[in-house]
Design a protein around this ligand. Sequence first.
Ligand SMILES: *[C@@H]1O[C@H](CO)[C@@H](O)[C@H](O)[C@H]1NC(C)=O
Ligand SMILES: *[C@@H]1O[C@H](CO)[C@@H](O)[C@H](O)[C@H]1NC(C)=O
Ligand SMILES: *[C@@H]1O[C@H](CO)[C@@H](O)[C@H](O)[C@H]1NC(C)=O
Ligand SMILES: *[C@@H]1O[C@H](CO)[C@@H](O)[C@H](O)[C@H]1NC(C)=O
Ligand SMILES: *[C@@H]1O[C@H](CO)[C@@H](O)[C@H](O)[C@H]1NC(C)=O
Ligand SMILES: *[C@@H]1O[C@H](CO)[C@@H](O)[C@H](O)[C@H]1NC(C)=O
Length: 558
Amino acid sequence: MTMFISTISLFTLFSAIYGTAATNLHTFSSDSYNQPYRTAYHFQPPKNWINGPLRYGGLYHLFYQYNPKGAVWGNIVWAHSVSKDLVNWTPLDPAIFPSQPSDINGCWSGSATVLPGNKPAILYTGINPLNQQVQNMAKPKNLSDPFLREWVKSTKNPLMAPTSANEINSSSFRDPSTAWLGQDGHWRVLVGSKRRSRGMALLYRSKDFSDWVQAKHPLHSTLGSGMWECPDFFPVLKNGQLGVDTSVNDDYVRHVLKVSLDDKKHDYYMIGSYNGARDRFIPDKGFEEFVLRYDYGKYYASKTFFDDGEKRRVLLGWVNESSSVADDIKKGWSGIHTIPRAIWLHKSGKQLVQWPVEEIKKLREKPVNLSPQTLKGGKFLQINGVTATQADVEISFEVNKLIEAEVLDNWTDPKILCSQKGSSIKSELGPFGLLVFASEGLQEFTSVFFRIFKYQNKNLVLLCSDQSRSSLNKNNDLTTYGAFVDVEPLHEQLSLRTLTDHSVVESFGGEGRACITARVYPTLAINDKAQLYAFNNGTADVNITRLNAWSMKKAQIN
Ligand SMILES: *[C@@H]1O[C@H](CO)[C@@H](O)[C@H](O)[C@H]1NC(C)=O
Ligand SMILES: *[C@@H]1O[C@H](CO)[C@@H](O)[C@H](O)[C@H]1NC(C)=O
Ligand SMILES: *[C@@H]1O[C@H](CO)[C@@H](O)[C@H](O)[C@H]1NC(C)=O
Ligand SMILES: *[C@@H]1O[C@H](CO)[C@@H](O)[C@H](O)[C@H]1NC(C)=O
Ligand SMILES: *[C@@H]1O[C@H](CO)[C@@H](O)[C@H](O)[C@H]1NC(C)=O
Ligand SMILES: *[C@@H]1O[C@H](CO)[C@@H](O)[C@H](O)[C@H]1NC(C)=O
């Protein structure tokens, strides 16, 4: 049911212990031929159900919701892995598990906050003996341990609880955010909730991070949006890609409120301003409803953290399986994390931009660079020399400026537009893009492609990820995903970067202005049988202005 995430950081040395922990690593040895869908560089635990992401210091700590007993949801504890580079991860013992009345029925999602003096603290949701959701705190036992392996719970837990006075629904009160400091020097934190169908981010304040008092008003709420899970609230610079600390609130920033909508199972965000004096979030005009998403494919329960070492804000999200529960149990695991993404405000101010962290490039090997060329209508260009099941592909297209795009009469949900048109229905400008996890005779493939429409005299660029023909096994969720990309194709090239990883297709259109993550389970296009193509199934020619592809090495992911 609920989701979660978090993380922490510390600046201390870690090499000695890093070595020992690494010896635990290979207890789960997966023969890639028997486990064709197990990811090679997208984070996942050795087995079982997971979700959630992290935060930084000299070491990245990733906590995630984990069921130690099975590949389905249940018995939730906070599992813990650490990394020097956001790419290679070393597993540690669970950080938080049920041990006191305020969490005896489960340790659900929460967030870490680094208090002054570089002292991390975790706020998390516990399930008490009455099955009520309450908020608890834990702090590291030994700040000299760079791995923060042991956590001590506050004896005052729970610190926030539903009462008859505060009218909080005890089944809808969870996922405390990272806290921030107001100008008055007091901490603020959000807890996801709802009142009837009104979703909201309840606000609590504290002088000492221990005694929390509920504010009269939520930070923000919207009618009809249902339960808000995993609220995340952070500033982004108006200009530039650098991240800033969660407590910053000045003329140089805008604020982002992200929530995971339980009813829709998607992560939505709003951009707006934060009135620190009144503790209210005011979304920008035109964005009062939840329209913007981090990812238009499978993606939920994400969290950001400010990486103070690299001065960036990093986003991690959880992606569930598209296979049946029976298949999940058979393969013994379910759920992965996306590649951590740096996140910043687009110069238009109207959306965020996301891009895989630079560190992921160190997994690239065997580069294949194709020279710029024209891709005629109906042409499929095989990209040889890369390990198609485990690749990073960057391609850019240029379209003929004289050709008129197909006219779209009525605005249509991009996801529906993508599934109606797929990659078979030809227009002049599109579909063109990449075919990934393609089998030799194209019985199986996943197509990630653009189509260009003319809508109200403007060009409208659609990015699709079509899973409908990804597998001969029709027991999977084969939903097609789509998003509009805010790119003007007459002035800009259309760029697409796609990361493939056995059962993951993670795509970034328009240099990170639209992201779509999909899960696929081909039966033929597995291991060395998978092929990769650039294609143009439209009628007009398009030019490939750039095509760089790499095979990706295996990362250490537990
Ligand atoms: C704290 O951690 C450090 C580094 O791992 C270790 O040397 C020290 O013995 C620990 N202290 C306690 C009280 O466990
Ligand atoms: C409290 O939340 C639960 C879970 O969504 C819901 O089933 C129940 O109706 C809510 N109760 C009230 C009084 O709103
Ligand atoms: C997980 O995947 C299933 C099937 O693909 C989907 O119906 C469900 O909503 C997903 N859950 C979340 C939280 O994304
Ligand atoms: C593709 O490139 C060629 C050579 O530079 C150019 O003549 C042609 O107009 C371009 N076509 C498109 C579709 O941009
Ligand atoms: C567009 O929408 C209008 C109003 O809903 C409808 O009357 C019209 O038939 C639609 N046009 C097309 C081409 O679907
Ligand atoms: C390309 O279009 C043709 C005909 O419209 C269709 O049969 C074929 O499946 C399409 N290819 C892909 C990869 O979608």
